[in-house]
Design a protein around this ligand. Structure first.
Ligand code: HEM
Length: 404
């Protein structure tokens, strides 16, 4: 049986080959270099997200050192009370009336820099900045401070993937955390007791069980939102454009019929989810269809492999915006048939927000760019095993006259 090692060159080059190998030969295996059990079948990954025996205690090293104990690490009532503070800002009326205009404005302001050009670096100049701008606007913070947020977010993102526990990465993330908290401290003091509908003012005045949150908790919330909502959406948009540009026939279809946009977004999130792995820790011994996992074990839930399980999706390695199994209406709810946003109690709070950001970005970019193609005429390489994305995305295009 072939040994699967996340850190091998072959794995990093093409993890998708190993996802099928996992399904066929090793649906559950022990990965020695990370001392963890790996699950990859759709039904096992779904179960791990939904079954509380698979706890989120992994976040005690992935998130807590930076942002304290946040909702992502909590269980039961404590978790739902904390989550309920932010849920209204991420759905329905609030999202449509308050956040959508700010998403559009942020996308348009980035697009202005494309004026008069026909080659751009879509990651550096758009996807890597856009979701951070959106979060900064949602928190009601000054737009010019985006440069700091950008640096902090990149340090947090590297720490999240620090599965081999590199000291330098941890230290850089802690330094970023200290700067981030020092920045927020006075602003939080200012907003406590004030009226306002920005997310930071909401957090500053929210009560959990009748008790106002302290500064550390508020900072933790902000740090989590920056970390969870920045990196993922950045990579989701970059992956979508990489997928579309490497399938020009499907890009042309979408250009002709924009009603396919929901399909294009959903298929890209299925085929190329930004987060390939999410961890869990078992509280007791668990029996899965693929085998047994002992208590207190770290479990790697292979989201990207689950999304390519043949029992759920035909020709799962194919990017196909017309595929019949796509469930675009429920893809951004806990009833989704893809594992991209998790399941169960920790189902992504920002799923609908990120869909909205992807849609606005894609509509505006496609409206502005005609004859869109990779600038170097080759498909940019994907990198990363924890999360996966094109490091660079140079594109060429013919600009339409105006930016809508
Ligand atoms: C395409 C973009 C995104 C993807 C693929 C994604 C993916 C995920 C996944 C897989 C989880 C579950 C983690 C777990 O169970 O351990 C999660 C949770 C979470 N996400 Fe997202 N996310 C995205 C965008 C966002 C955005 C834009 C925000 C907010 C600004 C956000 C905020 C959160 C939060 C706060 C949680 C924790 C929820 C809880 O513990 O109850 N995410 N996300």
């Amino acid at each position: 049986m072939q040994t699967i090692n996340f850190f091998s060159e072959a794995y990093q080059e093409n993890p998708y080959y190993y996802y099928q190998l996992m399904h066929e030969q090793q649906p559950l295996f022990f990965h020695e270099p990370t001392n963890s059990y790996v699950i990859s079948l759709y039904e096992d990954v779904e179960r791990a997200f939904k079954d509380p025996t698979f706890t989120s205690h992994n976040y005690s090293w992935q998130v807590e050192p930076l942002h304290g104990v946040t909702m992502i690490q909590m269980d039961g009532r404590e978790h739902s009370r904390s989550r309920n503070v932010v849920v209204p800002s991420f759905r329905g009326k609030e999202l449509m009336e308050q956040t959508l205009p700010c998403i559009k404005q942020n996308a348009a302001s980035l697009l202005e820099h494309f004026n008069g050009r026909n080659v751009v670096e879509l990651r550096d100049e758009f996807t890597n900045i856009f979701p951070i701008k959106v979060i900064v606007s949602m928190l009601g913070l000054p737009e010019e401070d985006i440069v700091y947020f950008h640096k902090w977010y990149n340090c947090f993102a590297r720490h999240f993937e620090n599965i081999s526990n590199n000291e330098t990465v941890l230290q850089a993330a802690k330094d970023a955390r200290d700067e981030f908290q020092a920045y927020l401290s006075n602003i939080i003091d200012d907003r406590i007791g004030k009226q306002g509908n920005d997310l930071l003012t909401i957090l500053c005045n929210a009560e959990i069980d009748g008790v106002q949150m302290d500064k550390r908790q508020i900072m933790g919330f902000c740090g989590l939102l920056l970390q969870a909502g920045g990196e993922t959406t950045d990579k989701a948009i970059a992956n979508m454009f990489r997928n579309l540009l490497s399938h020009p026939d499907q890009l042309a279809l979408l250009q002709q019929d924009r009603s396919l946009m929901d399909r294009a977004i959903t298929e890209s999130l299925r085929c190329s989810p930004p987060a390939h792995m999410i961890l869990r820790v078992t509280s007791e011994k668990v029996q899965l269809s693929s085998g047994e996992i002992p208590a207190n074990a770290t479990v790697v839930c292979m989201i990207a492999a689950a999304n390519r399980d043949k029992s759920k999706f035909e020709n799962p390695d194919e990017f196909n915006i017309l595929r019949k199994e796509l469930e675009t209406k429920i893809a951004y709810t806990g009833a989704s048939n893809m594992a991209t946003f998790g399941y169960g109690r920790h189902f992504c709070v920002g799923a609908q927000l990120s869909k909205m950001e992807m849609q606005v970005a894609a509509e505006m970019l496609l409206d502005y760019m005609e004859e869109l193609a990779f600038a170097d005429d080759t498909i940019p390489k994907e990198i990363g095993i924890f999360s996966r994305y094109p490091q660079s995305l140079r594109v060429k295009f013919k600009a339409r006259n105006s930016i809508n």
